[in-house]
Design a protein around this ligand. Structure first.
Ligand code: PGA
Length: 246
């Protein structure tokens, strides 16, 4: 039985005061029956690491460099994230693929860099609305995942995958449980061909997951939790989703 994971993606939101309040509200709601993590902007990693140390809650970042070190102004290496004891790092989020022209290979390199530093990459895949309507969903997510599987080799079983249909992110338009499950099953089958650990791997759903739709999504056999954007900024909503997960 896979333990569910609920990971908050704060995106570019937050400030010292709001973060402290949000985290204290989440901590007050412990214990949770699922794994709970927050992926926060870099400048807040230090305070989040201090605030959550020993709490049972985990934390991470939203991106990392594919490079180990060097003249890469503005980038942050996985080794740096490891110093802040990040458990997770999101890689290949559609907003980064879209606004920063991240390629499948670039995302795969980042996932590899994260694992090399002991951080679990949460690898995002997902199709746009145009791709879905053109019947390309399967081909797109398979291509995105295949680059990462290839780069990670025998470590592929160590990543977390997040299926995030681009048309559902921040739009309030959520994938139906059947739509999500069918893509999750496809991804798990692809993982099964690559690693003996596919049955233990977490595949999260992301895209307008809220307290009122979390149960129907997370009751699907291949949906192992959520990557939560907007609802992760409201303690009550985030906690409610965690309760649904376990
Ligand atoms: P959303 O974002 O929950 O606000 O749709 C999810 C994500 O982008 O990870």
């Amino acid at each position: 039985m896979r333990r569910k994971l609920v990971a908050g993606n704060w995106k570019m939101h937050g400030n010292h005061r709001d973060n402290a309040e949000l985290l204290s509200d989440i901590m007050a709601a412990r214990p949770f029956g699922c794994e709970v993590s927050v992926c926060v902007p870099y400048p807040y990693l230090s305070e989040v690491a201090v605030g959550l140390a020993g709490s049972g809650l985990l934390w991470g970042a939203q991106d990392c460099s594919a490079h180990e070190r060097g003249a890469y102004t503005g980038e942050v290496s996985a080794a740096m994230l490891a110093e802040f004891r990040c458990r997770y790092v999101i890689v290949g989020h559609s907003e980064r693929r879209q606004y920063h022209a991240e390629t499948d290979q670039g995302v795969a390199d980042k996932a590899k860099a994260a694992l090399a530093c002991g951080i679990t990459p949460i690898v995002c895949v997902g199709e746009t609305l145009v791709q879905r309507e053109a019947g390309q969903t399967e081909a797109v997510v398979k291509r995105q995942l295949s680059a990462v599987i290839h780069a990670l080799g025998h470590c592929a079983g160590e990543m977390v995958v997040a299926y995030e249909p681009v048309w559902a992110i921040g739009t309030g338009r959520v994938a139906t449980p059947d739509q999500a499950q069918s893509v999750h099953a496809l991804l798990r089958a692809q993982l099964s061909a690559a690693t003996p650990h596919a049955g233990d791997m977490k595949i999260l759903y992301g895209g307008s997951m809220k307290p009122d739709n979390a149960a129907s999504l997370m009751s699907q056999p291949d949906i192992d939790g959520g990557l939560i954007g907007g609802a992760s900024l409201k303690a009550a909503d985030f906690v409610a989703i965690c309760r649904v997960a376990g």
